[in-house]
Design a protein around this ligand. Sequence first.
Ligand SMILES: [Zn+2]
Ligand SMILES: [Zn+2]
Length: 132
Amino acid sequence: MTDYITLLKSNDLKATIQRTSILKVIEEVGHISIDDIYESVKEQHPTLSLATIYKNIILMQQHNVIIEVPMNGEKSKYELKKNDHIHLICQSCGMIQDQHLTAQTEQTLVLENFKLNRVQINLYGLCSECQS
Ligand SMILES: [Zn+2]
Ligand SMILES: [Zn+2]
Protein backbone atom coordinates (compact mmCIF):
# COMPACT_ATOMS: atom_id res chain seq x y z
CA MET A 1 0.00 0.00 0.00
CA THR A 2 1.14 3.53 -0.76
CA ASP A 3 2.69 5.63 1.99
CA TYR A 4 0.15 8.47 1.90
CA ILE A 5 2.03 10.70 4.33
CA THR A 6 5.13 10.69 2.13
CA LEU A 7 3.00 11.05 -0.99
CA LEU A 8 1.27 14.16 0.39
CA LYS A 9 4.44 15.73 1.74
CA SER A 10 6.36 15.18 -1.49
CA ASN A 11 3.60 17.11 -3.24
CA ASP A 12 3.78 20.01 -0.78
CA LEU A 13 0.67 19.11 1.16
CA LYS A 14 0.30 18.62 4.87
CA ALA A 15 -0.58 15.05 5.73
CA THR A 16 -3.87 15.40 7.57
CA ILE A 17 -6.02 12.53 8.74
CA GLN A 18 -8.78 13.63 6.34
CA ARG A 19 -6.45 13.46 3.38
CA THR A 20 -4.90 10.12 4.25
CA SER A 21 -8.37 8.62 4.82
CA ILE A 22 -9.57 9.90 1.46
CA LEU A 23 -6.50 8.52 -0.32
CA LYS A 24 -6.92 5.16 1.38
CA VAL A 25 -10.52 4.88 0.14
CA ILE A 26 -9.52 5.93 -3.38
CA GLU A 27 -6.74 3.36 -3.54
CA GLU A 28 -8.93 0.57 -2.18
CA VAL A 29 -11.65 1.13 -4.76
CA GLY A 30 -9.44 2.28 -7.65
CA HIS A 31 -11.81 4.78 -9.26
CA ILE A 32 -14.46 6.39 -7.10
CA SER A 33 -16.85 9.36 -7.08
CA ILE A 34 -16.82 12.04 -4.38
CA ASP A 35 -20.20 10.85 -3.07
CA ASP A 36 -18.87 7.33 -2.59
CA ILE A 37 -15.68 8.63 -0.97
CA TYR A 38 -17.86 10.58 1.45
CA GLU A 39 -20.02 7.54 2.29
CA SER A 40 -16.96 5.46 2.98
CA VAL A 41 -14.89 8.03 4.94
CA LYS A 42 -17.94 8.98 7.02
CA GLU A 43 -18.02 5.52 8.57
CA GLN A 44 -14.72 6.16 10.32
CA HIS A 45 -14.90 9.93 10.63
CA PRO A 46 -18.60 10.80 11.18
CA THR A 47 -17.86 14.49 11.73
CA LEU A 48 -16.30 14.97 8.31
CA SER A 49 -18.56 17.01 6.01
CA LEU A 50 -19.04 16.61 2.27
CA ALA A 51 -17.71 20.17 1.84
CA THR A 52 -14.45 19.21 3.55
CA ILE A 53 -14.09 16.18 1.30
CA TYR A 54 -14.67 18.36 -1.78
CA LYS A 55 -12.12 20.91 -0.61
CA ASN A 56 -9.48 18.25 -0.03
CA ILE A 57 -10.17 16.44 -3.30
CA ILE A 58 -9.73 19.65 -5.27
CA LEU A 59 -6.57 20.54 -3.39
CA MET A 60 -5.05 17.09 -3.88
CA GLN A 61 -5.97 17.26 -7.54
CA GLN A 62 -4.22 20.61 -7.91
CA HIS A 63 -1.14 19.12 -6.25
CA ASN A 64 -1.11 16.12 -8.58
CA VAL A 65 -1.77 13.53 -5.90
CA ILE A 66 -5.01 12.38 -7.49
CA ILE A 67 -6.54 12.80 -10.92
CA GLU A 68 -10.08 13.30 -12.08
CA VAL A 69 -11.55 10.75 -14.47
CA PRO A 70 -14.40 12.44 -16.34
CA MET A 71 -17.23 9.98 -16.89
CA ASN A 72 -19.65 10.09 -19.78
CA GLY A 73 -22.87 11.61 -18.39
CA GLU A 74 -22.03 10.63 -14.84
CA LYS A 75 -20.23 12.21 -11.92
CA SER A 76 -16.46 12.23 -12.26
CA LYS A 77 -14.42 9.62 -10.50
CA TYR A 78 -11.05 10.07 -8.89
CA GLU A 79 -7.99 7.87 -8.77
CA LEU A 80 -4.47 8.10 -7.40
CA LYS A 81 -2.05 9.66 -9.85
CA LYS A 82 -0.55 6.91 -12.00
CA ASN A 83 1.17 6.73 -15.34
CA ASP A 84 -1.00 7.63 -18.31
CA HIS A 85 -3.43 4.86 -19.07
CA ILE A 86 -6.60 3.93 -20.88
CA HIS A 87 -9.81 3.11 -19.03
CA LEU A 88 -11.90 0.15 -20.08
CA ILE A 89 -15.36 0.92 -18.73
CA CYS A 90 -18.10 -1.70 -18.59
CA GLN A 91 -21.46 -0.19 -19.53
CA SER A 92 -23.32 -2.94 -17.73
CA CYS A 93 -21.71 -3.21 -14.27
CA GLY A 94 -19.67 0.01 -14.28
CA MET A 95 -16.35 -1.73 -13.73
CA ILE A 96 -13.35 0.41 -14.62
CA GLN A 97 -10.14 -1.32 -15.55
CA ASP A 98 -6.80 0.38 -16.07
CA GLN A 99 -5.04 -0.54 -19.25
CA HIS A 100 -1.51 0.71 -19.43
CA LEU A 101 -0.21 2.18 -22.63
CA THR A 102 2.35 0.22 -24.55
CA ALA A 103 5.02 1.99 -26.58
CA GLN A 104 3.04 0.95 -29.62
CA THR A 105 -0.17 2.60 -28.44
CA GLU A 106 1.74 5.74 -27.59
CA GLN A 107 3.19 5.86 -31.09
CA THR A 108 -0.22 5.80 -32.67
CA LEU A 109 -1.05 8.87 -30.57
CA VAL A 110 1.65 11.05 -32.12
CA LEU A 111 -0.31 14.01 -33.38
CA GLU A 112 0.87 16.61 -35.79
CA ASN A 113 1.14 20.16 -34.50
CA PHE A 114 -0.06 19.13 -31.10
CA LYS A 115 2.16 18.64 -28.10
CA LEU A 116 0.68 15.84 -26.06
CA ASN A 117 1.01 16.28 -22.29
CA ARG A 118 -1.33 13.75 -20.86
CA VAL A 119 -3.36 10.85 -22.12
CA GLN A 120 -6.75 9.94 -20.79
CA ILE A 121 -8.93 7.75 -22.92
CA ASN A 122 -12.12 5.99 -21.88
CA LEU A 123 -13.26 3.00 -23.89
CA TYR A 124 -16.80 1.74 -23.29
CA GLY A 125 -17.99 -1.81 -23.71
CA LEU A 126 -18.71 -5.00 -21.79
CA CYS A 127 -16.35 -6.64 -19.33
CA SER A 128 -15.64 -10.36 -19.58
CA GLU A 129 -18.16 -11.16 -16.81
CA CYS A 130 -20.98 -9.19 -18.40
CA GLN A 131 -20.37 -10.81 -21.78
CA SER A 132 -21.25 -14.26 -20.53
ZN1 LIG B 1 -19.32 -5.66 -16.47
ZN1 LIG C 1 -7.43 4.58 -13.95
